[in-house]
Design a protein around this ligand. Structure first.
Ligand code: EPZ
Length: 433
């Protein structure tokens, strides 16, 4: 097991290039096996969740060729099983995308039920509702969820909850159903548009992705394609916050500024400078402390829940009182106790965090409770006085490619060392002084 160790105080300066969007890539990877022809995926983020899902599709017979770190060729013609039940797959929720992809292609699928997550219970009732509406039988037995359909027939589905995963899963199954489907109250995230564009590049007929009504005309077959994943707006937003938190000046390259609107707007409201270019944004922090604001997480295009821990951390270092309301997940403030150990003044009541900004944080030993909170704690350490260690970094590595390399290139003093290795800590402390 490893941890990050860092010395705070250096403003981040320079350029960072954003990787492909993890949450688009996971849906696209699942959809790529819906054809028997070869699919080439570029700008694939080299992160743990992607490697695990690639391993899962190989286990059932898909051929995967690693062209380079961020490019793979996939061919699903040799798939010999529709059942995904491996220990390693239970670790990532996105394995449930294989339910919709295999159901669409083979009219049946079976995947180990995703475990609970550190940010909430995360039910999949809307996924099941959509599959049933298309004519599938869905059974849950021995920790597996199984779907089977004599035939999949297009239908009108109203999602009771705006769900990214359910929208993507049902869209995939509907893409190869007979006839037309309408998915109402659909999620509108950029990664849903990316999955729809990918499926259309394979010959699917999907319209309206990015709005709350998606229309799908089912097709018999999908063909091979070459596709490049969109940039990860959450990775971009994380680096934007880091630039502001360390009073730095960072050019964040390979982004789609439109996807960052809610993030940019809040940073400007707090007093940071955000300059937008065609495929980059520049964030410049200020010498004084940033100002307060209120944040409420909402489905896209509202403020993204995946940026909530990063902004709460930034607000904990800003002037005045701020309020952060988490309306998507029921347990996404677990990092607050860790931040408190660094000097933050935050009280959480239900799904709202009340923040009193402080002058600065002092370094401490903290633990990453989940992916985005882990990134927020690293940001806190880079802004803090002294040495901070963040352990359980396997959470962070699920969604951030070459995280410490990208930070080091921006001037951060950060390394990855074994957990509980006091010698390594001493060596780092001696080196950084
Ligand atoms: C996706 O999770 C992302 N993960 C999450 O990112 C992200 O936080 C979330 O969307 C919201 O944007 C991936 O794409 C792999 P939801 P997902 O279904 O699809 C409830 C990260 O940091 N719900 O949109 O699981 C659910 O409980 C991760 O990269 C139901 O009630 O999220 C939640 O309250 C964390 N029934 C809300 O909807 C369902 O069937 C939104 O969940 C499905 C969801």
């Amino acid at each position: 097991m490893e941890q990050y160790i860092m010395k705070g105080g250096n403003p981040l300066k320079g350029e960072v290039t954003i990787s492909g969007a993890k949450n688009a890539a996971l849906g696209i990877l699942a959809a790529s096996i819906m054809t028997d022809e070869t699919v080439t995926l570029e700008n694939l983020p080299n992160v743990r969740d992607i490697r695990v899902l690639l391993q899962a599709i190989q286990e059932i017979g898909a051929r995967v060729e690693y062209v380079d770190t961020n490019t793979v060729k996939i061919n699903g013609s040799n798939i010999s099983s529709i059942s995904i039940d491996y220990e390693f797959i239970r670790k990532i929720r996105a394995s449930y995308y294989l339910l919709g992809a295999l159901l669409g292609k083979y009219r049946k699928s079976q995947v180990a039920l995703p475990g609970g997550c550190n940010i909430g219970s995360r039910p999949i009732d809307q996924h099941i509702k959509g599959f049933k509406a298309l004519g599938a039988e869905v059974r849950i037995e021995q920790g597996m969820i199984a779907t089977e359909a004599e035939s999949l027939v297009g239908t009108h589905i109203y999602m009771d909850v705006v769900s990214v995963g359910a929208t993507i899963n049902v869209m995939m199954a509907a893409a190869m159903a007979e006839g037309k489907s309408i998915i109402e109250n659909a999620a509108k995230e950029p990664h849903i548009v990316d999955v729809a564009n990918f499926l259309n590049s394979m010959g699917a007929n999907i319209k309206g992705a990015g709005t709350d009504v998606i229309r799908v005309q089912g097709v018999e077959k999908l063909h091979g394609t070459e596709y490049s994943i969109i940039p990860d707006q959450i990775e971009a937003g994380t680096f934007m916050c880091m630039a502001a938190a360390t009073k730095g000046d960072v050019l964040i390259k390979n982004v789609i500024p439109k996807h960052l609107e809610a993030i940019s707007a809040k940073l400007v409201e707090m007093g940071a400078t955000v300059e937008e270019y065609d495929d980059a944004v520049r964030v410049v922090g200020i010498e004084d402390r940033l100002g307060p604001t209120h944040i409420k997480t909402l489905p896209y295009p509202g403020f993204p829940t995946d940026m909530q821990p990063q902004f709460a951390t930034l607000l904990a270092l800003s002037e005045g009182s701020s309020i952060v309301t988490e309306s998507i997940f029921e347990n996404r403030f677990k990092y607050v106790d860790e931040l408190t150990r660094m000097g933050a003044k935050i009280t959480v009541e239900g799904n709202t965090a009340f923040i009193e900004g402080v002058e600065g944080f002092s370094g401490a030993k903290v633990s990453a409770p989940d992916l985005r909170a882990g990134a927020a704690l690293v940001m806190a350490g880079l802004a803090a006085e002294g040495i901070t260690t963040v352990d359980q970094i396997e959470f962070i590595q699920r969604g951030y490619e070459a995280f410490e390399d990208k930070l080091t290139a921006l001037g951060a003093v950060i390394e990855r060392i074994p957990v509980d290795d006091e010698k390594a800590v001493k060596k780092f402390e001696l080196k950084v002084g």
